[in-house]
Design a protein around this ligand. Structure first.
Ligand code: UDP
Length: 253
């Protein structure tokens, strides 16, 4: 089989050239990293679970009219996506204080916030993804004020969708991160959800017990990460079998 051209290799995923212009193949690896890759391990099956879970969330978002890069799942570890121009920001939405916010403000983890709070980090591993105010983003030209307004609207819709979905299976969506990309339809530019949505990029706590079902299990050595992700997939009815997409994929155009 001809080798595909690798376009980009990240910590948990690799991107290859897609079959048609404007598409890419996103491959989910089993590698887990934390603390800017200071802690690393290989968690067997993580890539398969995240491929499935990201497919599930992005398909749902596409179906309610929140545009994402997801086109369809190709196999256990790969999905076809739209190529986008990534905005170099990590868009973080928080419903409850945890992680870096809890630390920064001296809040107890799990404290409910008065409303969802959105913050931005500049995507740069060498700098450790520093938190940046909107003024930096606009001044340095990473995004315009209009882009930021659109990103906030997009992030809040993802938050409502994901919070409801998780609540339905007894899980609290504490916080999450998305990335946003630009696509061009002729002269018209749109912003769409890109990258992945999975327990690698969310904090998910069991509502009854508080059990952590996300990457904090790895970051904080709380047990078996694959078990935690499998539990999320099981509750949602998404399990890693190889008999086609879980739900009918919707082509976005
Ligand atoms: N997050 C992520 N990638 C990053 C940084 C954060 O996916 O590079 C997610 C993280 O999993 C959590 C949320 O964004 O769900 C908020 O993370 P936080 O700022 O608290 O940082 P952390 O405590 O994870 O270092």
């Amino acid at each position: 089989m001809a080798r595909r051209k690798k376009v980009y290799e990240g910590k948990a995923k690799t991107l290859y050239e897609g079959p048609e212009p404007g598409t890419l193949v996103q491959y989910f690896k089993d590698d887990a990293t934390a603390f800017n890759a200071e802690k690393r391990d290989v968690i067997e099956g993580k890539g398969v679970l995240n491929n499935r879970l990201s497919e599930y969330f992005m398909t749902g978002l596409n179906n309610i009219g929140v545009p994402t890069h997801f086109i369809r799942r190709l196999n256990m570890r790969e999905q076809l996506i739209r190529a986008v121009e990534i905005i170099p920001l990590e868009v973080i939405v928080r419903n409850f204080a945890a992680g870096s916010m809890a630390k920064r403000l001296g809040l107890e983890e799990g404290t409910q916030l008065p409303r969802p709070i959105i913050e931005f980090s500049y995507k740069n591993d060498d700098l450790g993804d520093p938190l940046v105010p909107e003024e930096y983003i606009i001044a340095f030209g990473w995004a315009s004020q209009q882009d930021l307004d659109d990103i906030v609207a997009l992030a809040l819709r993802v938050n409502d969708f994901m919070s409801g979905l998780m609540l339905g299976v007894g899980i609290r969506l504490v916080d999450f991160k998305i990335e946003v990309g630009r696509v061009y339809d002729g002269d018209f530019m749109r912003l769409i959800v890109a990258d992945e949505i999975s327990p690698d990029s969310c904090r998910l706590w069991d509502i009854e017990t508080g059990r952590k079902l996300d990457k904090d299990v790895f970051r904080r050595d709380l047990g078996d990460l694959a078990d935690a992700y499998t539990e999320v997939a099981r509750r949602l009815g998404v399990l890693p079998t190889n008999n086609g997409p879980v739900t009918k994929p919707t082509l976005i155009n």
